[in-house]
Design a protein around this ligand. Structure first.
Ligand code: SF4
Length: 409
């Protein structure tokens, strides 16, 4: 059975202590800060990175003790590792080795595990690539965002279309099995034509996975703040209107499957058998543990599951349990998550599975809202599975809000 098939049959239902774990490792350093970025990341120097790696490895070594203190079960067998950030490809080979050594001391990473390294085009030095592959990295996710130079430059990306294409060709030639890229709909100066160019290059250059996000306009990024303030800095005046960004997203949803990238989640598209096994864990409520700045975890616990998150400020991050935000996930919260996360996937949510996993009265409370949403064309119900329609995906937060409101009532 191929990787993708295995996950197609799984449901977003209560997490289990028998599940294999996903491990996320946050490396929050970048060479430059992109104007749209609202992640906990920043430009770091060598000393700061070295100090951080030390703390990170100490946190990994303390994982069992932390889980016990929180009252959670920490599965030992790992089937996916994801080094994200930030730009973890900026780590030195010796730092990568230390992180993997810490993971190896505390977990059993399966031989067929999916191991992903996030990278910026042009920012994976040869020795880093060699070491990463030696350590088992078999998937690289590139933050491309746009294959149009004017758009990339406007948000502070340090690469051109030519460099991105060369990077993808280089990684495939080096034997990296899976190479994916992120794209953003709604960047300054983006048009239907320029977006079509990005999609065309993305689908013809040997990538196996594409993530398409809509530009987030909020107070957490410099570009977002400027757009909200109606200013002109950071090329804010070039940001397309919200309805145009929505059209660009729809364009991707139509265009990518025609080129062999099937949509399997609101923002994710994959060539056959190349879904992200790690990200599927988030949507299917399979246990995962995160280490590092702003890393989130969800582990099985006697009453269901427990979620916890590390601080999102470097000054506060020291692997100290006292700083963690801990949330217990009971039956009602688990149902909400199963809906919220399951509906993000094109496979949707099986009403039958919900009935099998949750008390009848809890599920019944959502069914009425689901019926209304189906009547309004925002959701569909085929073969007993609830799914978002294309229109529903564009207003997914409203749909989730209405469903969850009834679940919480
Ligand atoms: S490279 Fe990624 S994480 Fe770093 S600033 Fe840019 S968008 Fe943010």
């Amino acid at each position: 059975m191929g990787r993708g098939r295995l996950h197609e049959t799984m449901e977003a239902v209560p997490t289990s202590a028998n599940s294999m774990l996903g491990v996320y490792v946050s490396v929050p350093f970048c060479r430059a800060k992109c104007s749209f970025c609202n992640f906990a990341s920043g430009v770091g120097n060598g000393a700061a990175m070295e100090r951080y790696i030390e703390q990170l490895c100490a946190e990994i070594d303390a994982a069992s003790v932390t889980a016990e203190r929180i009252g959670a079960t920490l599965p030992r067998e790992v089937e996916s590792v994801y080094l994200g950030g930030g730009t973890p490809s900026l780590l030195e080979p010796a730092q990568l080795r230390r992180v993997f050594a810490a993971l190896g001391r505390n977990f059993d990473i399966r031989r067929d595990a999916e191991i992903t390294l996030e990278a910026a085009p042009g920012q994976i030095a040869d020795p880093v690539l060699v070491e990463a592959q030696r350590l088992g990295v078999n998937r690289i996710s590139l933050g491309v965002q746009s294959f149009v130079d004017r758009e990339s430059a406007s948000v502070g990306r340090l690469h051109t279309e030519r460099e991105c294409v060369a990077e993808i060709v280089r990684l495939r030639a080096a034997g990296v099995d899976e190479v994916g890229a992120d794209l953003i709909a709604g960047l300054p100066y983006q048009t239907v034509e320029s977006w079509e160019h990005s999609l065309e290059v993305a689908t013809g250059v040997g990538l196996t996975h594409l993530s398409v996000y809509m530009l987030e306009i909020d107070e957490d990024s410099r570009l977002g703040q400027e757009v909200l303030a109606g200013g002109n800095r950071f090329h804010a005046h070039g940001v397309p209107a919200e309805d145009i960004a929505a059209d660009l997203y729809e364009q991707a949803c139509e265009r990518l499957p025609q080129s062999g990238f099937a949509q399997y989640e609101i923002s994710n598209f994959a060539a056959s058998q190349h879904r992200s096994r790690h990200n599927m864990k988030y949507w299917q409520r399979v246990p995962y543990v995160g280490f590092g700045l702003d890393a989130h975890s969800m582990l099985p616990a006697p009453n269901g599951a427990v979620r916890f998150a590390n601080p999102d400020e470097l000054a506060l991050y020291a692997g100290a349990a006292s700083e963690r935000e801990i949330t217990s996930v009971g039956e009602r919260e688990a149902l909400e998550e199963s809906l919220f996360l399951g509906l993000r996937m094109n496979d949707g949510v099986s009403a039958k599975a919900l009935h099998e996993c949750f008390p009848r009265e809890l599920v019944a409370s959502c069914e009425e809202a689901a019926r209304e949403l189906i009547a309004e064309g925002l959701m569909s119900n085929d073969d007993g599975r609830w799914r978002l329609t294309l229109h529903g995906r564009l207003v997914s937060n409203d749909v989730f809000g209405r469903l969850l409101e009834t679940a919480a009532a």
